[in-house]
Design a protein around this ligand. Sequence first.
Ligand SMILES: *Cc1c(COP(=O)(O)O)cnc(C)c1O
Length: 502
Amino acid sequence: MNETMSSAPIHAPTLTTDAPGLDPSDWAAFTEVAHRAVDDMASHLAGIGNKPAWQPIPPSVRAALHQPVPRVGVGDAAAYDSFTQHVLPYPGGNLHPRFWGWVMGTGVPSAMVAEFLAAGLNPNCGGLEQSPGLVEAQVLSWMSELLLDDANASGVLVSSASVANLVALTTALHARAGFDIRGEGLQGAPYKLACYGSIETHSWIKRTCSVLGLGESAFRAIPSDADFRINIQALRESIRSDRAKGVHPFCVIGTAGTVNTGATDDLTALADLCREENLWFHVDGAFGALARLSPTLKPMLAGIERADSLAFDLHKWGYLPYGIAAVLIRDAGAHLSPFTTTPSYLQTMSRGPMTTGVTYGDRGLDLSRGFLALKAWFTLTSHGVDAIARNIEGNVAQAQYLGSRVSAQQDLELMAPVALNLVNFRFAPVVNGAALDELQLDAINVEILQRIQEQGIAVPSSTRVHGKFAIRVAITNHRTRFADMDILVNAVQRMGAEILAG
Ligand SMILES: *Cc1c(COP(=O)(O)O)cnc(C)c1O
């Protein structure tokens, strides 16, 4: 013993009182609150289009949600009243038919039922011989068949495409590092490692390279062409030049549906190149991969079925509530390799609940896992894949409609080709026979965007296309209709004219 050791007792003090548990003392009162929640949420959703797309949070609400620790509870009914008063009216707005900011999903009411059931049943989906594991296997094999033409890929459901991409890149790194990375990690690396994707690759790649200890510089951002697709020749040269310098390339990332413009890389060319170069071929299909559910749109994603791994969200274009995404990995052994552990307390048994062992808890970062699969299984079973596909097609049609409306207006400018469900445009009027300069255009469009959001008319977001500020509309919204696009076009023109008039 020395004096610096903790003075905290090793054993808990003796306690003698039994606990009451946390179930309701009155189940009828519980179901009454639960029924109110169902009724209120159904009417909230049914009337969502008549509410503002977004509204600022009043100071009183900020104060109500900044309270001391509640040592003594108020009960379900009072907690629910506080929710309806302070939380329900001030969300980000992504339920609304005219919310097209960033790439956000709307959710589908059927999945709310599943979320309730999943929380009620509350299984730990890390493993065990249990029906929820079969549900997850079913969802993964459906998605694998639909997106990779192969019902047997390994996979796991995770909370976001960022995590799905991280799991895939970790797998790629372990499979193709060329040395024992599991034991020594990058500290045993005989050479530097590199991975490749276009400059339009989503920012998950930087975070992943940082977290994996590769460093952001391990990612080679290859230029894209006029259609925002990766320049294959430049990619080829970058790989050749790295090899000549003794760098070890391990993975090429193709994007199906880039976040800026909706472009999809030439996935067939990337698959060919990866085969020639013996590189892992990963596809980030966060939202774009879901277009493959539509027979009409499927050809746009040709080559995706040759990916070694595919990451995609179900909370964007799958219309499921947050947070659910999936990673599919062709080589099941490669998938398990970085993640499997066999501690004594997780030993597989020959009979009983532990016969299947830790299945999903060995395929990613989470060991204990919630029942994510139920909302996917329930929604797909209830609506059918064709209904999801019809809405995806509808969103593409709406993007094309908006693109054509923009192109037809003198004072609006389309900033990038409409690739999938994404439209970038700006207000660009001719004033006294002359165009405004770029700085003026940026400023006026920033102001238009903020007014439209603030007034709750619609929520597009923004990006820069070739350095120019663009109003960006990304439609992963099953509540949107063509008429909503007309409302947006009219609002942009009206606000633009107002700002010009001073
Ligand atoms: C949204 C997105 C991601 C990240 O997905 P999250 O679910 O937000 O983590 C990755 N790639 C692309 C192309 C995206 O659009």
